[in-house]
Design a protein around this ligand. Structure first.
Ligand SMILES: CC(C)(COP(=O)(O)OP(=O)(O)OC[C@H]1O[C@@H](n2cnc3c(N)ncnc32)[C@H](O)[C@@H]1OP(=O)(O)O)[C@@H](O)C(=O)NCCC(=O)NCCS
Length: 182
């Protein structure tokens, strides 16, 4: 499943694990989208903290620490050979989403939902006992996470200059990313 191509509402994309060497492009996408949509809601030290967190070497390091990264790729003819990176999701310990970023030129085309669905299937395969997936949502993304079945789980917070809303998705019950499409 994590290697197949699939059709979102409007486009064909491939979703698969990040390969060695792709950290630079993945990091660049996340950092650019963060600066455009999220940075304004953070303090300057939060922008610095996040920028450090998404450096390519940090993405690589975390892969050895129980995290995994999936990429969404579009346009098979473009460079790199199996498409250009249009979305990134990173999860920690199969129960927490630590990054979810989509190229703004491809927003609202189902890419985040497709990434989340693939990530959830891996989480449930690796840790079937997990009943709840958490995320510290940017202020910008709260509405999107709600549409994907997440609910606020704690009050708005600020940590190290980064402002976020704790949210959670019950994965054992009816509110899955796939089910909550009403
Ligand atoms: C949040 C983000 C990842 C969503 O990506 P996307 O690919 O556009 O999302 P999708 O197209 O898969 O949309 C999923 C659902 O959320 C809804 N949605 C998407 N963006 C939304 C927004 N800004 N406000 C409200 N709902 C939104 C979609 O309509 C869809 O719901 P539906 O299927 O019921 O219609 C993207 O806007 C992004 O990268 N934002 C900036 C970075 C960020 O804040 N990331 C979160 C960090 S925790």
């Amino acid at each position: 499943m994590a290697d197949g191509r699939e059709r979102t509402e409007t486009m064909d994309i491939a979703i698969r694990p990040m390969k060695p060497g792709e950290e630079i492009a993945a990091s660049a996408l996340v950092e650019r989208v963060f600066r455009e949509f999220v940075a304004a809601d953070c303090l300057p030290e939060g922008v610095e903290e996040f920028t450090r967190y998404v450096q390519p070497e940090m993405l690589s390091l975390r892969l050895q620490m129980g995290y995994f990264v999936l990429l969404a790729l579009a346009g098979q003819d473009e460079s790199p050979p199996d498409g250009r990176i249009v979305g990134v999701i990173e999860t920690r310990t199969f129960d927490h989403i630590s990054l979810l970023f989509v190229d703004d030129r491809f927003h609202r085309q189902g890419i985040a939902r497709a990434l989340l669905t693939h990530a959830l299937s891996i989480c449930q395969r690796e840790r079937p006992e997990v009943a709840r997936i958490d995320v510290n949502s940017s202020l910008y993304a709260v509405g999107a996470y709600e549409r994907m079945g997440f609910r606020q789980s704690a009050p708005f917070q600020e940590r190290n200059g980064i402002r976020f809303v704790p949210m959670a998705l019950e994965v054992a019950g009816p509110h899955s990313a796939q089910a909550d499409t009403e």
